[in-house]
Design a protein around this ligand. Structure first.
Ligand SMILES: C[S@@+](CC[C@H](N)C(=O)[O-])C[C@H]1O[C@@H](n2cnc3c(N)ncnc32)[C@H](O)[C@@H]1O
Length: 350
């Protein structure tokens, strides 16, 4: 879907969108904010944000890094994650324990904010999940918790993240419903794009859909300049504990089936047992089998390597077991990718 505002050419093309509080948008004001201007816009000194489904804080790092470049001070007003180990990791790194189940939080109790981040749970939408979408009452409907918070708090903007497959789930109906709620029921201007972490300097093929929305119209340019590119050599640790090595049988079996064209490489086993290898990692997954990815067909990735593949800084403290760290890294967002989106999007809508 193309951003609505890109299609507006004439004033009469601009729809009068009804807002959820009953008042309507000032169309004239909206239209003239589209007009190009040579003046350099002054960004706010501070932006208050909330971090929903925060996991281990991927959005928070991306925001911190982007805001640093933009000269904005970010203030996190509220964070939420139901998982006790994710809460532990978040607390260790941000000195703040996220509140639990968002479905139990009254939206009126959430402090005011102007920017909402949410990488909402994707199991119900991903190819590997059960393809239930909104019919899955526990996971698919968590989008509606985002919607009720947007409705109550009316922030200037939001950035949502999900698996690429969200757009095609149920013949596109799930995604259409999400966009319909955001645009028509909540009155936001919305755009979206599938981005790949590989294009943002991380050696991980991870395609994710990013949905951005704002109260005022905007025209997002989804081309990004990426200065810093990391290779597997930059990511992989030199001395790795023996416990990460796969058994002799597994290594032999993989090497009988496959020869890698590059070194180092990450070997990937798909659901049917086929092996492929690349000079980058396939997408980290929270619920993948133990030996799904093997460095040079021989050993598993360490927690630190997985965090690096998602762009987490070296100072990120890993305070949970290897199993939990694997799940947390597999759930996280590629920080470098989201940082670039925030850096470009925020000046358009604040
Ligand atoms: C895809 S992950 C998001 C990870 C995050 N963006 C990051 O960078 O680490 C989704 C998160 O939603 C959390 N979650 C699932 N159901 C929830 C609920 N009802 N309330 C709050 N958090 C929930 C999960 O524990 C998981 O950490």
């Amino acid at each position: 879907m193309i951003s609505k505002i890109k299609q507006y050419r004439k004033e009469e093309d601009i729809p009068q969108k009804s807002m959820i509080n009953g008042s309507s948008v000032n169309v004239e004001r909206l239209y003239y904010t589209i007009s190009p201007t040579c003046e350099k816009k002054k960004l706010p000194e501070t932006i208050n944000f909330i971090d929903l489904f925060c996991g281990i804080g991927g959005f928070r790092y991306a925001c911190r890094q982007a805001f640093e470049k933009l000269g904005i001070q970010g203030r996190c007003m509220f964070s939420s994650d139901i998982d006790k180990f994710a809460q532990e990791s978040y607390a260790a790194n941000f000195n703040e324990k996220p509140v639990g189940d968002i479905t139990k939080i009254d939206e009126k109790e959430i402090p005011d904010f102007n920017l909402l981040f949410a990488g909402f749970p994707c199991q119900a939408f991903s190819i590997c999940g059960l393809q239930k979408g909104f019919e899955d009452n526990t996971k698919g409907t968590l989008f509606f918790d985002i919607a009720r918070i947007l409705k109550e708090k009316q922030p200037n903007a939001f950035i949502l993240e999900n698996v690429k497959n969200l757009a095609s789930h149920d013949g596109g109906r799930t995604f259409d419903t999400i966009i319909h709620v955001l645009e028509d029921e909540l009155g936001y201007f919305v755009d979206h794009k599938v981005l790949n972490a590989l294009d943002f300097g991380l050696p991980q093929k991870r395609e994710r859909i990013i949905i951005i929305g704002a109260k005022k119209p905007f025209s997002m340019d989804w081309e990004f300049n990426v200065e810093k590119k990391q290779t597997l050599e930059d990511i992989l640790e030199k001395d790795v504990d023996k416990k990460y090595h796969a058994s002799k049988e597994i290594v032999e079996k993989r090497k009988q089936k496959h020869t890698s064209a590059s070194m180092p490489s990450i070997w990937h086993e798909n659901k049917s047992g086929n092996i492929s290898s690349y000079p980058y990692s396939c997408a980290l997954r929270a619920g993948a089998s133990y030996n799904y990815l093997l460095v040079n067909g021989e050993r598993r990735l360490t927690p630190r390597e997985m965090m690096r593949l998602q762009g987490f800084p070296e100072e990120f403290k890993i305070v949970v077991s290897d199993t939990q760290a694997r799940k947390q890294a597999g759930n996280a967002i590629p920080i470098n990718m989201v940082e670039k989106v925030i850096e470009k999007f925020v000046p358009l809508v604040f």
